[in-house]
Design a protein around this ligand. Structure first.
Ligand SMILES: [Zn+2]
Length: 144
């Protein structure tokens, strides 16, 4: 039954596409050098399984909160699995978290991170590629 419905849907989609291609050929075919048959051969739909499976569920997370004034500006790994999230608002990946310790007076970092900065500064790109393997395409921060 489902197979039959799928075949009917594909036929219906392709019939509509052919109507569109007939229009396109009539308007642009000579000028641009294509026929409706060529368009159909390239763009016809042969199955809807891919279309149906395309929907991906996203988990929306909050943007990383930074306190650059008071807290150490070091990036930390932050647990067994680091926080690595794509931020659509800034069109960039957020790697790790900000160190939660207070800055040493007059410095950018806390005492520990003044000595060593293994994951770099939170305002800059990480100095290594170790966050890359933790990129998750189903977690993101959305526009709003
Ligand atoms: Zn620190």
């Amino acid at each position: 039954m489902e197979k039959l419905i799928e075949e009917l849907m594909i036929k219906s989609i392709n019939d509509d596409l052919m109507k569109l291609f007939i229009e396109l050929e009539g308007t642009y075919g000579n000028e641009c050098g294509f026929t409706k048959e060529e368009l159909y051969a390239t763009y016809k739909v042969s199955g809807i399984a891919k279309i149906r499976g395309y929907k991906r569920e996203f988990i929306v997370v909050s943007p990383r909160e930074l306190n650059l004034e008071e807290k150490c500006n070091a990036r930390i790994w932050g647990g067994n699995v680091p926080r690595v999230v794509f931020n659509e608002r800034t069109d960039s990946w957020e790697y790790g978290s900000q160190c939660s310790r207070n800055k040493k007076s007059g410095e950018k970092y806390c005492g520990i991170h003044l000595r060593s900065l293994p994951h770099g500064d939170i305002n800059e790109e990480p100095p290594h590629r170790h966050f890359e393997s933790h990129k998750k395409i189903d977690l993101k921060i959305c526009h709003s």
